[in-house]
Structure formats: C-alpha cells, structure tokens
Design a binder for this molecule. Sequence first.
Ligand code: ACO
Length: 340
Amino acid sequence: MIAVRNGSRARARLVALGAHVPERVVTNAEIETWVDTTDEWITTRTGIRERRFVAEDEAASDLGVVAAERILDEAGMAAADVDVLIVPTASPDHIFPSTAALVADRIGAHKAAAFDLNAGCTGFVYALAQACALIESGIGRNVLVVGAEALSRLMDPTDRSTCILFGDAAAGALLVAEEADAQGVTGFLGFELGADGSGGHDLVVPAGGSRQPLGAVDAPGDACIQMNGREVFRFATRVMVDSCTRMLEAVEMGIDEVDLLIAHQANSRIIDHAVPKLGIDPERVLNNLDRYGNTSSASIPLVLTEARDDGRLEPGHLMLLVAFGAGLTWGSTLVRYEPA
Ligand code: ACO
C-alpha cells in the first residue's frame, strides 16, 4: 500500500465478521484420558465442554486464510483492495516471517501491508485500536484484522492446569473508512488499553525466543504455555470490571446503553464474576466457551460471528468488547456493528 497524509477526516466502521475453526473436536472426556481430571471439574471450574484442535499439518495461518476469505466474502470486497492485514496471535506459524504476511499472500492481498501483533489474548482489541488509528489517520482505508491461533501446538498435554483451557480458531473483522460526517455512522467510541509486564511470568512460553532459544531448552515444558492460574484469574476478574468501567466513564455512557458485552472467552467464572459488578443484564452477555474454550485473539470475533449468524447481534448494536491476557495486557472498546 502507499499512503499520503491528506488531512483525512475518515472514521473507522466495523462492517463484516467471519470465523473458521478446525474440524477436530476434543472433548473433556478425551482430556480425562491424558491427565488426572474430570469432565465435572473442567465444566464447573471453566464452563468448557469441548474445544477444537488443528490437525498435524495445520498451523495458525491455515485457519486465518479461511476466516479472512469469509470476512471479505461477507463484505463483498476483493482481497486486492485490502490496505493492511493485521494478525493478532500468540501462536504464530513462526517467529518470522509473520503469519500476516503468509495469510496476505495466500488470500491474494498483494497490495496490503501485513504484520502480526502479540498482546496475548488481548490481541484482537489491541489490533482493532491499530486498525482504527490507521484508518482515521488516513493511512489505510480497508483494514482486515484476523486473530489466528493454534494454541494446542504450545500446550503441554501433561499439564492439567493448562491443557483443559485452550482451543484453536481464527476469526476477525473488516474495518473500512467512512467519511466523518456520514449520517448515522458511529464507529469506535474509544479504547481503554494497558499492559503490566511485571506479571509477564504469570503466563509465559519460556523458550523459543532470544531469552531461551529452542536449542537450549532446559525442560520440555519450557516450550509450552506455563501459567499461574490463580494469579491470572485474580488479574482477569479485576481488569475486566475496571477496564469496562473506565471505558464507559470516558465516554459518559451507562452500561444500559450497551446492547452486547463480549468478553474474551477464558473462563465462564471470570465473566460471571464481572456481570453483576458491571450491572449488565446477563441476557446481553455472549458466551461460547462451552464449545471452543479459550481461543485467545480469536475468541471475541468468534463469539461475534456466531451471534451475527443466530441473530443476537444486529446491525446498529453497540458492543462493549473487553479482553485480558499474557503480557499481562488488557483492553476494551465500544464499537457499533455497522455492516454496509
Ligand atoms: N482437574 C482437576 N483438578 C485440577 C485441575 C484439573 N484440570 N487443574 C487444577 N486442579 C487442582 C489444583 O491442583 C488444585 O488442587 P489443590 O487444591 O490440591 O492444590 C485445585 O484443583 C484448585 O486449583 P486452582 O488453580 O485454585 O483452581 P481454579 O479454581 O483457580 O481453576 C483455572 C484453575 C481454571 C486455571 C483458573 O485459575 C483460571 O481460569 N485462571 C485464569 C486462566 C486464564 O484466563 N488464562 C488465560 C488468559 S488469556 C491469554 O493470554 C492466554
């Protein structure tokens, strides 16, 4: 892409959604055969009943390609018209090249700038902020965000505290430029984003980077997700409420004005804890953890795509999106779903 700053007064509009999950279903009953756990423990402590895993020959980009094509189909846009492709992911195909560059090539987005964004499970919300900023500064007009995750590849199947939680999926959204004075278009009302690296060790894949290269792995588990579940749980319950509250206060809105709350799908108990504190009607809170588990950067757009398909998400709905994850990071945004 090429961009010339021209005093743009564009506004970013979220016009399309799409998702793809791999075929293999892994039930709690199957996990009972790997580690000392039970379906009852997993269901009551997390809300998860099953999740999807990639096949041996699949990686994050393979899921991302299908999701990206579905989003563009829904919008009726050719891949060649995408200016920027952002892939938020915590499980990229490689350290480099970026998964985004691989997806851009395979869908035919040959004009697009493409990059990955790693903010753990907050990746989708961070990427929306990037996409919104690129559009509203006049740098790009059509920005595709596709969270693509194959976390099962980074999972230790002998660690019962993590192997029950994660699943694989890709999902995302297309944002396009709309003239600032377009009637009836709201776009994004704002973002609340943060990071606290002092908690980085609470959710980490220790090896595979420059701190501990793969060739120097001390223990096999070091190449896998390691998590201090209780600390992450405490952090998540706190920031989910705080971030949503700060977001609403910043735009002087009440929770009653929000049509749907969509939280990162990590654990139903985290969401259940936040709902009464935020004072939102549980009917307006989306949850599909039971079928997909924690799909990190894909989780919010995966729920949104389902909600669009079953009619719970309607054009014009104001959505409060909130996520938290490795980093530790968190973020929320208020945005209207405004298909073309
Ligand atoms: N099956 C049975 N027992 C288990 C299992 C299991 N799968 N896992 C842990 N236990 C045991 C523990 O060993 C412990 O036993 P003990 O009391 O004898 O020591 C007991 O259950 C309670 O363990 P806790 O860790 O306190 O369990 P908790 O209720 O906190 O649930 C969980 C654990 C589900 C991991 C929870 O802490 C959680 O969801 N944390 C947040 C995780 C999260 O959101 N991570 C993703 C962030 S997003 C990202 O960026 C990737």
